[in-house]
Design a protein around this ligand. Structure first.
Ligand code: ZN
Length: 277
């Protein structure tokens, strides 16, 4: 039934999913999980006192209240399990499944040619920059911003959604992993939750002015194509604080914010975090 409704909504809206419909709470084996059980979704869980949790080959960081977070990539398998070790040493494997998602095609024309087919002389720079972003997203911290209700960094028309297969000037390239919000050059970008800035780069090859904010336990958000960066690495930011200004730097055809969400290197859909208005 749910699938039928989603299919209908997709037809009506042209989007790949209708966000908040996926948010749910599940309790399995004494572990509560809430969030979006769908490719691209983020789920926050809580285990009883002094338990430990493994997921996807990783020992998850827990808050003092036993909360943890995990996320599902764009093409994530649908069957998963958590390995929970209780305080008395008993181990449980808790299986759960997530929903498959359909993605659309998006054609982007008028992109600067040098950013569609980079000159080989730029490859070293491109790799170095990718390494910096990867390192920022691998940050391990016990910040708790990921537990907050996230808010939009800017508000405006959505011009690109998570997961779409992209063609730049007619040539197939990697899928789009963020949500694009078309707002004027210079619009203030607000931190969507508390965190610490882990990367602030004035001019990356593809993404131009780029920032990464760590929200704890592997959850980070990224901001691309910025015209101005107003906070530096190491700075603690609070929800609603201005972190920079919208621009059209890097591989962009006009001013917009490309907003991204990660659980470590997994690319999640930030739009799922915002309740439908
Ligand atoms: Zn984008």
């Amino acid at each position: 039934m749910k699938n039928a409704w989603i299919a209908l909504l997709c037809l009506l809206s042209g989007l790949s999913a209708a966000p908040s419909l996926w948010a749910e709470t599940r309790t399995i084996g004494g572990v509560s999980l809430r969030g979006d059980f769908i490719q691209g979704g983020m789920v926050v869980g809580q285990v009883p006192d002094q338990a430990r949790v493994r997921y996807g080959g990783r020992q998850l960081t827990l808050t003092e209240q036993g909360e943890f977070v995990l996320g599902f990539g764009r093409d994530e398998p649908l069957e998963h399990s958590l390995q929970v070790t209780l305080a008395d040493g008993r181990q449980q494997t808790l299986a759960f499944s997530i929903e498959k998602r359909e993605y659309n095609l998006q054609r982007v024309e008028g992109v600067p040619a040098r950013t569609v087919n980079p000159d080989p002389s730029h490859l070293k720079r491109i790799q170095e920059e990718a390494g910096q972003v990867k390192q920022a997203r691998d940050t391990e911290s016990d910040l708790h911003g990921f537990l907050q209700q996230f808010t939009w960094p800017v508000q405006g028309p959505i011009s690109g959604v998570y997961g779409s297969q992209r063609f730049y000037n007619g040539e197939p390239r990697r899928p789009h992993y963020g949500v694009d919000i078309a707002v004027p050059q210079g619009t203030e970008i607000l931190a969507p939750a508390d965190g610490v800035v882990t990367l602030a780069h004035e001019d990356m090859f593809f993404s131009g002015g780029t920032m990464v904010i760590d929200h704890g336990h592997g959850i980070s958000t990224s901001y691309l194509h910025m015209s101005k960066l107003l906070v530096t690495p190491g700075t603690a930011v609070t929800q609603g604080q201005v972190i920079g200004l919208v621009g059209a730097t890097g591989r962009a055809t006009g001013p917009h914010l490309c907003w991204r969400l990660n659980w470590y290197q997994e690319r999640l859909d930030p739009q799922l975090l915002i309740p439908e208005s």
